[in-house]
Design a protein around this ligand. Sequence first.
Ligand code: ZN
Length: 368
Amino acid sequence: MTNCFILLAAGKGKRFKSNNPKQFTNYINKPLFMHSVDKAIKSKLFKSIIIVSNIPIKSIKDRSIKVIKGGRERYQSSQKALNFIKNKRFKNVFIHDAARPNFSIKLLKKLNSSLKKNKAVVPYIKTNNSTKYKIKNKIKNLNRANLILTQTPQCFDFKTLFNLCKLNNTKITDEATLFLDNNKKIKFIKGEENNFKITTKSDLNKINIKNFYGIGFDIHKLIKNKKLYLGGIKIPFHSGLQGHSDGDVIIHAIIDGLLGAMRKKDIGTLYPSNKRRFKNIRSRNMLFPILKRLDEDGYFINNFDINLICERPKVSKYREKIITSLSNLLNVNKDQINLKGKTVEKLGLIGKEEAIACEVIVSLNHYA
Ligand code: ZN
């Protein structure tokens, strides 16, 4: 993997009319530029991410992310970033404007696979507007059918782009311009309507956010000579949970909750218990394909509320550990997870420490 993702976040955004540049404004639960960063990370396509910013960013801890200072104009910022990575042996580079936070990971993957056969791949959309252009005092019509609007991320063979950029000292609005001006071929692929540029404050509300909720429930019998797994970690206990996997009721209930919110049936349909290949599977591994689907389909996790129903082990003793484990597995912050322990007054199988149950409610955002 030798891709680098360059995020241009050094713009002043005059039309945004705010003291805080728009790239840093809060947008759907986080700073606007972080949407692009998080998607680049989640896509797993990039060895390194460079953020070009004229404001220091302290919150970044990930070592594969570097923040460098930008130039006065966009093209100078991208030149600086390309210079910064010139000796780092990247085969490809993706350049993206931080003001477009709503592209999908699917689009990143499509760009990446088109780049295997091309030196430049650029997403575009068509327009429904009738379009004109002005030369001096004359306004002329443009044929809408021939018109394409280009977006970012745009991706390139690093060497080719670097050499074109080095020679350029005119103001350009994207790197595709350099390829066109130098008669170099670009592969244009279909972009996304949602991938619009946030320019004014009203653009922040342009996208339609929908909320979805899912509920999950699971119960397993406790048996001797089996290890107990809860929330992805081993908990010392006299018995473990029976099942053809490790019996992790918390993860199973979370999976059902997520599938419910995504309206994708249930865990049993996805992992039939009569299939030998799922025998003894660690539940955490059952979670990953679902999280991948979640990202690709444009869902974002808001929060989980979890009830673990058992007489013992004492939830308060392991709460912190379980939440830490879940936050790592689910790639969410700890404060997005709540875990409650519920005993059953020694009633029934659960009361006799012969079973453990779990119920979960999950809330997701989807924007379209
Ligand atoms: Zn289960």
